[in-house]
Design a protein around this ligand. Structure first.
Ligand code: APR
Length: 244
């Protein structure tokens, strides 16, 4: 790949898969998330059951419990070589760089990444549905927790539900407009607006590279696709980029 100045990197669930964080889409393209019921028997929920404003209103106990389970699972996983390689690139890269992650885990931060935008929210954060204040929240969050700012019993998981507006879109679009390399890592290209970033980057004249375990819905938009596990592809790509 030729020398670059400004890079935008999009990551999805595939970059955390080798850390033991489950991805979302089964082979059949259905979206299931595993959630442990009280009897600890894994039970699958469809995304409509747990990741929409309607689901939160209809069954707050289920939705809060689902995110409590995913938040608690973070304690048992570690960043992998792909997260660490991106953090190394972030530390060493003198040009503009933005890691845009669809993931709500904290593995990029724990690996040391700084120039990072969580566009679908974060498990370790609470959002007040009344005043929109945010607060760090590493613990279980029963429905009706009081907000420290407005005192309303209105805290919810700080997760962008389907039908809600992803975070940081202005910052992301500005970075895409100014980048000369767009790299997508571990995402199926099934969910917009993230799935459309490669087209935007191309329109702005950027080179495009996909690093993924298998061909994705977006592979056809990339000038180059490298297939394999992120823990192999990402460190190799970072070494190549820093050696340019
Ligand atoms: N290395 C690289 N890629 C991998 C690995 C791996 N070890 N394991 C899986 N993948 C790839 C899969 O081939 C798939 O293309 O990662 C992708 C994961 O796709 P999804 O499970 O659809 O996850 P993602 O693309 O992040 O989903 C986007 O959808 O459900 C919503 O909000 C949720 O942020 C999520 C969004």
């Amino acid at each position: 790949m030729s020398k670059h100045s400004n890079i935008v990197i999009l990551t999805g669930a595939g970059i955390s898969a080798e850390s033991g964080v489950p991805t979302f889409r089964t082979k059949g393209g259905e979206t299931y998330w595993e959630v442990y019921e009280d009897d600890l028997v894994p039970k699958y929920h469809r995304v409509e059951d747990v990741c929409t404003p309607e689901a939160l209103a209809a069954d707050p106990v289920l939705v809060h419990r689902f995110y409590d389970m995913r938040r608690a699972a973070l304690a048992a996983v570690q960043p992998n070589a792909a997260h660490q390689a991106l953090a190394r690139l972030d530390r060493s890269w003198s040009g503009d760089l933005l890691i845009v992650t669809q993931n709500v885990d904290d593995l990029h931060e724990r690996a040391g990444a700084r120039r990072l935008q969580h566009m679908h929210g974060e498990l370790n954060s609470a959002l007040c549905a009344a005043c929109e204040a945010r607060a760090p929240w590493p613990d279980p969050m029963p429905p009706g927790q009081p907000c420290a700012m407005c005192k309303q019993p209105a805290l919810r998981p700080d997760i962008v539900f389907f039908g809600e507006v992803p975070y940081g879109m202005e910052r992301i679009e500005e970075a895409l407009a100014g980048c000369d390399l767009f790299v997508s890592i571990g995402t199926s290209g099934a969910v917009y607006p993230a799935a459309g970033f490669v087209q935007l980057a191309r329109r702005f004249g950027a080179e495009t590279l996909e690093l993924n375990l298998e061909r994705s819905a977006g592979s056809g938009w990339f000038a180059q696709s490298r297939l394999g596990p992120a823990t192999q592809l990402v460190p190799a790509w970072v070494d190549e980029t820093l050696a340019d």
